[in-house]
Write a new protein. Structure first.
Length: 99
Protein backbone atom coordinates (compact mmCIF):
# COMPACT_ATOMS: atom_id res chain seq x y z
CA UNK A 1 0.00 0.00 0.00
CA UNK A 2 1.22 3.47 -0.85
CA UNK A 3 0.69 6.56 1.28
CA UNK A 4 -1.66 8.10 -1.28
CA UNK A 5 -3.93 5.05 -0.90
CA UNK A 6 -4.53 5.62 2.83
CA UNK A 7 -7.86 6.84 4.17
CA UNK A 8 -7.72 10.54 4.83
CA UNK A 9 -5.05 11.24 2.23
CA UNK A 10 -3.71 13.93 2.03
CA UNK A 11 -4.81 14.95 5.55
CA UNK A 12 -2.70 12.65 7.71
CA UNK A 13 -1.95 12.80 11.42
CA UNK A 14 0.69 11.07 13.52
CA UNK A 15 2.02 10.70 17.04
CA UNK A 16 5.32 12.58 17.29
CA UNK A 17 6.67 10.47 20.14
CA UNK A 18 6.00 7.15 18.40
CA UNK A 19 7.37 8.45 15.13
CA UNK A 20 10.51 9.80 16.83
CA UNK A 21 11.14 6.42 18.49
CA UNK A 22 10.72 4.54 15.20
CA UNK A 23 12.96 6.98 13.32
CA UNK A 24 15.64 6.76 16.02
CA UNK A 25 15.61 2.96 15.80
CA UNK A 26 15.87 3.07 12.00
CA UNK A 27 18.70 5.62 12.17
CA UNK A 28 20.58 3.39 14.61
CA UNK A 29 20.21 0.38 12.33
CA UNK A 30 21.21 2.51 9.35
CA UNK A 31 24.41 3.50 11.14
CA UNK A 32 25.21 -0.12 11.90
CA UNK A 33 24.54 -1.10 8.28
CA UNK A 34 26.81 1.68 7.00
CA UNK A 35 29.53 0.46 9.35
CA UNK A 36 29.19 -3.09 8.02
CA UNK A 37 29.20 -1.86 4.42
CA UNK A 38 32.41 0.10 5.01
CA UNK A 39 34.02 -3.11 6.19
CA UNK A 40 32.91 -4.99 3.05
CA UNK A 41 35.08 -3.13 0.61
CA UNK A 42 34.49 -0.96 -2.42
CA UNK A 43 33.06 -3.57 -4.85
CA UNK A 44 30.38 -4.87 -2.52
CA UNK A 45 29.46 -1.34 -1.47
CA UNK A 46 29.03 -0.32 -5.08
CA UNK A 47 26.81 -3.34 -5.72
CA UNK A 48 24.69 -2.53 -2.66
CA UNK A 49 24.35 1.09 -3.82
CA UNK A 50 23.42 -0.07 -7.31
CA UNK A 51 20.75 -2.44 -5.98
CA UNK A 52 19.28 0.24 -3.72
CA UNK A 53 19.13 2.87 -6.44
CA UNK A 54 17.63 0.40 -8.91
CA UNK A 55 14.95 -0.56 -6.41
CA UNK A 56 14.18 3.11 -5.70
CA UNK A 57 13.74 3.91 -9.40
CA UNK A 58 11.57 0.83 -10.00
CA UNK A 59 9.31 1.58 -7.02
CA UNK A 60 8.99 5.27 -7.94
CA UNK A 61 8.00 4.42 -11.49
CA UNK A 62 5.54 1.80 -10.18
CA UNK A 63 3.82 4.48 -8.10
CA UNK A 64 3.40 6.49 -11.30
CA UNK A 65 1.87 3.46 -13.02
CA UNK A 66 4.86 2.65 -15.20
CA UNK A 67 6.64 -0.71 -15.17
CA UNK A 68 10.28 -0.48 -16.20
CA UNK A 69 12.62 -3.31 -17.13
CA UNK A 70 14.79 -3.91 -14.02
CA UNK A 71 17.88 -4.86 -16.05
CA UNK A 72 17.64 -1.74 -18.23
CA UNK A 73 17.28 0.45 -15.14
CA UNK A 74 20.22 -1.28 -13.42
CA UNK A 75 22.39 -0.91 -16.52
CA UNK A 76 21.51 2.75 -16.94
CA UNK A 77 22.34 3.54 -13.30
CA UNK A 78 25.59 1.55 -13.45
CA UNK A 79 26.62 3.46 -16.59
CA UNK A 80 25.89 6.82 -14.97
CA UNK A 81 27.86 5.89 -11.85
CA UNK A 82 30.73 4.45 -13.86
CA UNK A 83 30.28 0.99 -12.36
CA UNK A 84 31.44 -1.89 -14.56
CA UNK A 85 28.92 -4.68 -14.10
CA UNK A 86 29.73 -6.54 -17.32
CA UNK A 87 27.16 -7.50 -19.91
CA UNK A 88 25.19 -4.30 -19.52
CA UNK A 89 21.71 -4.38 -20.97
CA UNK A 90 21.24 -1.48 -23.38
CA UNK A 91 18.84 1.08 -21.95
CA UNK A 92 16.42 2.92 -24.19
CA UNK A 93 16.22 6.75 -24.11
CA UNK A 94 13.37 6.72 -21.56
CA UNK A 95 15.40 4.65 -19.07
CA UNK A 96 18.47 6.86 -19.52
CA UNK A 97 16.51 9.81 -18.17
CA UNK A 98 15.59 11.35 -21.56
CA UNK A 99 11.94 11.82 -22.35
Amino acid sequence: MYIHELDGWPRLSWNRELLAEALAAVRHRQGRLIGHMEALGFGLRQEADLQTLTSDVLKSSEIEGENLDPEQVRSSIARRLGIDIGGLTPADRKRRGHR
